[in-house]
Ligand binder design. Sequence first.
Ligand code: B12
Length: 321
Amino acid sequence: MRQQVIDILRRHVDKYGFVSVAEYQQSRDALGKQDLYADYRFLDGFETIITLAIPYPTKEVKWSKKGYGRLSRYSYATDYHIVFGDILKRIATELNAIGIRTKASVDTGGVDERWAGHLSNMGWLGKNQFLIIEDYGTYSFLATILVDVPLATEERVHDDCGDCRRCIDACPSGALDNGFEQDLCISHLSQEKIPFGDTEIKYFKTMIYGCDICMKACPKNKGIDIHKYAAFEPTGIENIHLKSLLAMTNREYMAIYGNNASSWRGASVIKRNALAMIYNHRLYDLKDDIVTSMEALKDNPWYIETAELVLKRIDEKERTS
Ligand code: B12
């Protein structure tokens, strides 16, 4: 049975692993970590977590110039949930055909995918929080398939970051200084529906959504750039024109970026990030565009608060220059 499962997985992905549901639960308890779900009921009836990884390229599009914001690498082109979702469907169909019950997911299944990936021997957890996988470095997406048959072994990948702390030193917000502080992570800030203060505003220089800084600092990515899936190649929309963005409705944004991993929180978070960039790029002539965008988003308190602060800071700069 194990070999049959491996043969199926190998037809679809190059990296996979197995961890027993029992070991996953025990290790989460031992870490004292609150899980993604409040309890483990989503694991009931399953024996093994199959972990899977697919690579995406490290190569980025160039940042156009002042007045544009660039998406982070993981959110180019087609959303990884769609790409991986299709692969999972095909694998699940083949596993079902040999009598195995499956529950597959990307992100949302309740499993901490990096932790399961580590336990299943696919890679190790880096100081930048990533599951670092041989050949892929940090540039991979993860998924899991719960199955009702025992498949796990006891092997472990033991590589680690050693004394290296390049990601910790590279993070502008210090999010990795004490393990991982989500509230400081720039990727997190770029996705949260919150008002920005001066501190948050200063982080948004060229990247308008997500953050790749701790990945780019990681020496384990040296020489890696895998172009296995056409769906992750840039499509020409990665640099977003800030002035045009402010004028877009959510519907217009979704028409362009709806299939893209940047869109799950809607256009307003991207527009809020654009406000920060407008200030950092000194695009003071966009003041009227900001005011117009505030009228359209007048019921959004965190957008309005950020916009008011940006307008205030622009006024201060203009008065002193
Ligand atoms: C919520 C979430 C986020 C949040 C919080 C991220 C975080 N670090 O927790 C935010 C929005 C910030 C985020 C950002 C990003 N994310 Co994200 N995110 C998730 C998601 C959906 C859940 C993560 C989670 O909440 N884990 C559970 C919590 C409870 O874990 P935790 O307490 O932090 O514990 C972890 C570690 O601290 C460690 N740990 C804890 N205690 C101990 C003790 C010891 C001794 C050790 C060794 C380890 C250890 O174990 C856990 C490993 O995950 C996962 C998908 C998933 N279902 O797992 C993707 C996921 C982790 N994200 C991913 C990606 C790509 C990103 C970004 C790169 C996107 C970007 N370019 O901006 C950034 C990277 C930021 C970073 N450095 O981590 C990938 C990572 C792929 C990989 N190879 O590792 C995942 C797996 C999505 C996917 N399906 O591919 N993400």
